[in-house]
Design a protein around this ligand. Structure first.
Ligand SMILES: C[S@@+](CC[C@H](N)C(=O)[O-])C[C@H]1O[C@@H](n2cnc3c(N)ncnc32)[C@H](O)[C@@H]1O
Length: 212
């Protein structure tokens, strides 16, 4: 994480606590799934909820469902007629997410699409008001290229993990493909004249993008 642990803890303690169902989901994720650090968690979950709420976003797209924490967080910010399409490639992750979504008040507002996100994006039609990109990092540039034309004129796109634990800061011969792709995306976003972007040091880095 980028921010010192004590500050992370302080911000979490001064954020509205997650609903009980999300606490249960997080506990099961930690006990039963690999890489529980991927959970969005309290601060980023509430941040996403507030973005969706503030935008009045009706159509939300998420890449990378995992066990459903961020999808359920965003659902709490949706208007009555809002909907989230969330993409997940791993059957086990999708199964856990589906189970918690079914128990939530948002069961009819979230659709989990099983399969590679790039294929799902092609099948889904129209524009989105809010897009949360949190799937495989090697495809982040591909996701940007595929989704920028699908972002509504008042919409926002949020990329998670754009600081990648700080690895994007300095180039090294050991950089893996994830790091190289994230650095490429970060550099592109800062100079792409079609968008306004801001990189925030929330959690592992969240970059927000709107179309000009
Ligand atoms: C960082 S986790 C998502 C965390 C989630 N947003 C949350 O709040 O807990 C990334 C997820 O993307 C999924 N994934 C990886 N590659 C994918 C792809 N090509 N298409 C769709 N999902 C993918 C992984 O299986 C994993 O569940």
């Amino acid at each position: 994480m980028i921010v010192p642990e004590q500050i992370e803890e302080y911000t979490a303690a001064h954020t509205t606590p997650p609903q009980e169902l999300l606490q249960e989901l997080a506990a099961e994720t930690r006990e039963t799934l690999r890489s529980p650090q991927m959970l969005t968690g309290t601060v980023e979950g509430r941040f996403l909820e507030l973005l969706v709420h503030g935008l009045g976003a009706k159509r939300v797209l998420e890449l990378g469902t995992y066990s459903g924490y961020s999808a359920l967080s965003m659902a709490a910010g949706l208007p009555e007629d809002g909907h989230i399409d969330t993409c997940e490639a791993d059957e086990r992750h999708a199964e856990v997410a589906q189970r918690y979504i079914a128990r939530s008040p948002y069961a009819d507002k979230i659709t989990v699409h099983l399969g590679p996100a790039l294929e799902t994006i092609e099948r889904l039609e129209g524009e989105f008001d809010f897009i949360f990109v949190d799937a495989d990092k090697v495809n982040y540039v591909n996701y940007y290229d595929a989704l920028l034309p699908r972002l509504g004129s008042r919409g926002l796109m949020a990329f998670d993990n754009t600081l990648w634990g700080g690895d994007v800061l300095e180039e090294s011969g050991d950089d893996d493909e994830n790091t190289r792709t994230l650095r490429e995306l970060n550099d592109r976003l800062a100079r792409d004249e079609r968008v306004v972007a801001v990189q925030l040091s929330v959690r592992d880095g969240v970059t927000l993008v709107r179309r000009v």
